[in-house]
Write a protein that binds this ligand. Structure first.
Ligand SMILES: [Zn+2]
Length: 145
């Protein structure tokens, strides 16, 4: 009874506080998302929650003056989408990511797919977690994401 009350409050909060960048339309647990390495699991969680140390989030928290990416000259905010899918400063690392994704049957991945919010098979999601965390590691952002 009490648990159901808190669950209902959480769902109501979720529905009223969602933001446009939210990846999911459900408050249910993420399926098959754990990474066996704690640091990589933390990184995946930060990316999924959009609670990172990327410039857009740091500027939103008034911890940086500019939300713009400093790894490229596109004059775009360094948010999760930019970091994982757009920034030309990470093209080398991204080519490795995209190549790995192609080998598991994923072409032109969406941000939601990369972060595990899709209906892909659990084995595919696990492989994708490894590829995404390898990308983060190769980007040099593992310790400061
Ligand atoms: Zn960039």
């Amino acid at each position: 009874m009490l648990e159901k009350t808190y669950q209902n409050k959480w769902v109501a909060h979720w529905n009223t506080h969602r933001k446009p960048h939210d990846l999911r339309d459900s408050s249910r647990p993420w399926p098959h998302t754990r990474h066996p390495s704690r640091p990589y699991d933390v990184v995946l969680t930060r990316l999924r929650l959009n609670h990172t140390r990327l410039n857009s989030h740091m500027a939103a928290k008034k911890l940086l003056d500019s939300p713009l990416c400093t790894a490229c000259d596109m004059n775009l905010e360094e948010d999760v989408q930019h970091f994982l899918l757009v920034c030309p400063g990470l093209n080398t690392q991204r080519q490795s990511l995209l190549s790995g994704l192609t080998t598991i049957g994923i072409v032109n991945p969406t941000l939601s797919q990369l972060l595990g919010a899709s209906n892909l098979e659990p084995e595919i999601k696990i492989q994708m977690n490894h590829l995404v965390t390898r990308f983060v590691s190769e980007s040099g952002r593992l310790k400061n994401l």
